[in-house]
Design a protein around this ligand. Structure first.
Ligand code: SAH
Ligand code: SF4
Length: 349
C-alpha cells in the first residue's frame, strides 16, 4: 500500500485521516505544528505523540521534503533555489530580501500551459501540476535557513490552473497551526482565469495579483492567449468582485515591452481601465531571453509611464530588476540548467 504524503493533507484532511486511525481530532494540530512550525522530517521527532502512535503513523504515512539542488546568490542578495522533484522534473523558488521583509516567490506547476509570448516558462509548455506537498516543501526547505515574511505564487506556472492543490497549500501557509503567515502577506498571481478567480476568492482569503500586461484586447490577445477566452472587461469585473484581506488592494502587474505596450497612450488607457478598482500597479520591465524578439523598454518610457500613473493618484512601483546577474526572472535558471545538462553551458551561472 502506498503511504500517504502527509504534506498533501489539509488540516481537515489530516483530522479525517487520524479519525480513521481511531485517534483524537486535536492530534492533527499537533502534527501540523511539528511539520510546519518545527520543520520535523520524521514522525519519530513528534515527542508529544506516544511511541506506538508514531510507529503507526510511520507505517501509513510519509513526510516528504525537498532539498535545493542548486542555490545561486545575486550581488543584490536575491537567492534562487532549484529543486529537483521525485520524477526528475525541476522547479525553482526565488527569495527576495528587502528592507524589513523577505519575500519568497514559489512555483505552482512544472512549466505552464498558458503560452504567454513574453514568458520563458510558457515556452516549456505544461509538464505537470505540483502537488500540495511540493508547493509547501519549497517554503519548508528555504525556511530552514531564512526568515520568510511574505510568500507570492509568482514563480513557474499558473496557480489557478492547479487550483485545488494551490488552495490546500495556501491554507497551510496561513493556518495558525501551519506556517502562521498572515493572509495579508500571501499573494497569488494569475494571468486571469476568471472562473477560478471566483473559486479562489470563495475558498481562501489572500491577496491577488493580476498580470494585465496590455490595455486593449487586441494587444492582450497577442501577448496572452488566455485573453481570447477571458477578455479584459471580464477580467476586471472579476477583480472588482474579488474578496481581499482587509484594506488590501489588487496588484496589477504590467510587463512593459518596448514599442508594444509602453507608450503614454497605454498609460492613459490603463488609468481608464482601472478606475474604481482598488489597485496598485507593478510595472515590470520586460526581461529579455534568448529566442524572444521582444525588448526591454527604454528607461525614459518607464519613467514617463510611471509618472503618468502617479499623477493620476495610482499607487505604482516599478519593480527593480532583481537578481539580474543570476537571471532570477521566472524560468530562467531552469532553462540554463537544462541547456547545461544538454551540453553547452550558457550565460552566467
Ligand atoms: N502565471 C502567473 C504567475 C507566474 S508569472 C501569472 O502569469 O501571473 C509571474 C509574473 O512574471 C507575471 O506577472 C508575468 O507577466 C511576469 N513575466 C513573465 N515573463 C516575464 C519576462 N520575460 N519579463 C518580465 N516579467 C515577466
Ligand atoms: Fe504561464 Fe504566467 Fe508565464 Fe503566462 S506569464 S506563460 S501564465 S507563467
Amino acid at each position: 500500500m502506498d503511504k500517504t504524503d502527509i504534506k498533501n493533507l489539509s488540516l481537515d484532511d489530516l483530522e479525517g485521516f487520524l479519525l480513521g486511525l481511531g485517534k483524537e481530532r486535536y492530534r492533527a494540530k499537533q502534527i501540523f505544528k511539528w511539520l510546519y512550525q518545527k520543520g520535523a522530517g520524521s514522525f519519530e521527532e513528534m515527542t508529544n505523540l506516544s511511541k506506538e502512535f508514531r510507529r503507526e503513523l510511520a507505517e501509513r504515512a510519509a513526510i516528504s521534503m525537498l532539498t535545493p539542488e542548486r542555490v545561486e546568490v545575486s550581488s543584490d542578495g536575491t537567492k534562487k533555489y532549484l529543486f529537483l522533484l521525485e520524477d526528475g522534473a525541476s522547479v525553482e523558488s526565488v527569495l527576495i530580501p528587502e528592507e524589513g521583509r523577505a519575500t519568497l516567490c514559489i512555483s505552482s506547476q512544472v512549466g505552464c500551459a498558458m503560452g504567454c509570448r513574453f514568458c520563458l516558462t510558457g515556452t516549456f509548455n505544461l509538464q505537470r501540476n505540483l502537488q500540495c506537498s511540493e508547493i509547501v516543501n519549497q517554503v519548508c526547505a528555504i525556511r530552514e535557513s531564512e526568515n520568510i515574511t511574505n510568500v507570492v505564487l509568482m514563480g513557474m506556472g499558473e496557480p489557478l490552473a492547479n487550483l485545488s492543490n494551490v488552495v490546500r497549500a495556501l491554507n497551510i501557509l496561513i493556518s495558525p497551526d501551519g506556517f502562521q503567515i498572515s493572509n495579508r502577506r500571501v499573494t497569488v498571481s494569475t494571468c486571469g482565469l476568471v472562473p477560478e478567480m471566483e473559486s479562489l476568492g470563495r475558498a481562501v482569503t489572500v491577496n491577488l495579483a493580476v498580470s494585465l500586461n496590455a490595455t486593449t484586447d487586441e494587444q492582450r490577445d497577442i501577448l496572452m492567449p488566455i485573453n481570447k477566452k477571458y477578455p479584459i472587461a471580464a477580467l476586471l469585473d472579476a477583480c472588482r468582485n474579488f474578496p481581499l484581506p482587509n484594506r488590501r488592494m489588487i496588484t496589477i502587474e504590467y510587463v512593459m515591452i518596448r514599442g508594444l505596450n509602453d507608450s503614454l497612450d497605454d498609460a492613459k488607457r490603463l488609468v481608464k481601465l482601472l478606475r474604481g478598482i482598488p489597485v496598485k500597479v507593478n510595472l515590470i520591465p520586460f526581461n529579455e531571453f534568448d529566442g524572444c524578439d521582444f525588448r526591454s523598454p527604454l528607461q525614459e518610457a518607464i519613467d514617463h509611464f510611471h509618472r503618468y500613473l502617479l499623477d493620476k493618484n495610482i499607487t505604482v512601483i516599478t519593480r527593480a530588476s532583481r537578481g539580474g546577474d543570476i537571471s532570477a526572472a521566472c524560468g530562467q535558471l531552469k532553462a540554463k540548467l537544462e541547456k547545461t545538462v544538454q551540453g553547452g553551458t550558457h550565460g552566467n551561472i
